[in-house]
Ligand binder design. Structure first.
Ligand code: GMT
Length: 381
């Protein structure tokens, strides 16, 4: 099949999921065309069936705001025609799904029928979807897509409730590529973070308010009052300087290590003992799944799609949003009970196996096949 993929090319979960899915589809022999404003962060090298088409917006002095969505639409039309695409799969409702709907209409007027699959990732619904400025566009894009998927049951029901959508939305969970986690922890890296063998507690995110970085730190401060530990913060974003100041005021700054944005979270996860994800909401919590895949139990908020990933009392512990005391109690319990900790680590790894890409990818392929059949289109090899 020849598939056009539109996603955010950044380190964010939606971009990572789209990129890994695209790469895996290419490995299975499909022809993949990424259409984005820069090469996806996790794309790796191009192959004979893996392409990248840049969406470049010229700086027209006439416009106060450059019309990215229109340039993206034209690019989708151009790439679909030039490469005879079978299907467009767009990740994130705006502007990708709305642009794809317009591209599909333009192509239809030229006698070309291309189905559009939209995958909803979370913030497009739970945060942007609540904005009156975006709501009608998102609702239209969802209603007019040929298939819509959501990364969790929780996101599916949020979408149905928020937008009054009366179409089917299929749940296709996020996934991990197990082989990325099949390596030894880098002991010199661990040493550099925790020179005296302290347990390492990790958090990975874009440091936006929804991640509740202050709760990460509050939990860590409580742990630190009872035992030696290091907090490894991976990522960057608007909350970083506030958190660094907070760590200094609490006198734990020497135990808080911020390593900034990195391409791949596997190395820091492999040296970690616990993962904290106290988010206000998460449609799925890909970072939590990646932690489980590295055998790291997760202490998280009982919010959004997280309970669909982390099993309370098995692969981690869940607590109400903002309940930092309960989260730190859970963390300390595991840190102070090595046998329990080893069992949780095993169960974390086991849980991640339910979300291996080999199990998830066929669900997307089945959707593509169904649409090709419905559109009565011969698949191009
Ligand atoms: O976590 C973020 O804020 C980034 C965001 C994104 O769009 O990349 O992540 C969302 O999509 C991920 C992939 O499907 C999910 O695992 C995250 O839970 C979701 N984030 C939120 O819902 C806050």
């Amino acid at each position: 099949m020849k598939i056009g993929f539109v996603c955010y090319p950044t380190f964010g979960g939606s971009g990572v999921v789209a990129t890994e899915l695209g790469k895996a589809l290419a490995e299975k022999g499909h022809e993949l065309h990424f259409i984005t404003y820069s090469a996806p962060a996790r794309m790796g090298s191009l192959k004979s069936n893996l392409f990248y088409h840049e969406v470049r917006v010229s700086d027209y002095p006439l416009f106060d705001y450059q019309p990215y969505e229109l340039v993206l639409t034209s690019k989708m039309v151009e790439v679909t025609i030039a490469h005879d695409l079978d299907l467009l799969h767009v990740h994130y409702a705006i502007p990708h799904a709305s642009a794809a709907i317009m591209a599909r209409d333009i192509l239809k007027a030229k006698g070309i029928n291309v189905p559009v699959v939209t995958t909803l990732h979370g913030t497009d619904i739970t945060l942007l979807g609540r904005e009156p400025a975006f709501e009608p566009v998102i609702a239209h894009a969802i209603n007019r897509s040929d298939a819509v998927t959501a990364v969790s049951e929780s996101l599916r029901s949020d979408t149905l409730e928020l937008f009054g959508v009366n179409r089917s939305i299929e749940v296709v969970n996020n996934f991990i590529c197990a082989r990325h986690f099949e390596k030894e922890a880098d002991e010199s890296f661990r040493q550099s973070i925790a020179p005296s063998g302290e347990p390492i507690i990790a958090h990975i995110s874009n440091f936006r308010p929804v991640k509740r970085l202050h709760d990460v730190l509050e939990v860590f401060i409580r742990i630190r009052q009872k035992t030696a530990a290091k907090l490894l913060l991976v990522g960057d974003g608007p909350e970083r300087s506030r958190i660094e100041k907070m760590a200094m005021t609490a006198g734990v700054d020497e135990d808080v290590i911020c390593i900034g944005k990195i391409k791949n979270p596997v190395e820091p996860l492999l040296i970690s003992d616990l993962f904290l994800l106290p988010s206000e909401t998460e449609s799925f919590g890909l970072a939590a799944l990646e932690a489980l895949a590295a055998s790291v139990p997760v202490i998280a908020s009982d919010s959004g799609g997280i309970p669909e990933v982390v099993e309370h009392g098995k692969s981690g512990y869940l607590a109400p949003v903002g309940d930092v005391q309960r989260m730190s109690d859970h963390a300390l319990y595991l840190l102070q009970n090595p046998e329990e900790m080893s069992q949780f680590k095993r169960m974390a790894k086991d849980r991640s196996k339910d979300f291996q890409i080999e199990k998830i990818l066929p669900n997307y392929e089945a959707i593509y096949q169904r649409l090709m059949f419905a559109f009565n289109t011969d698949v191009k090899s």
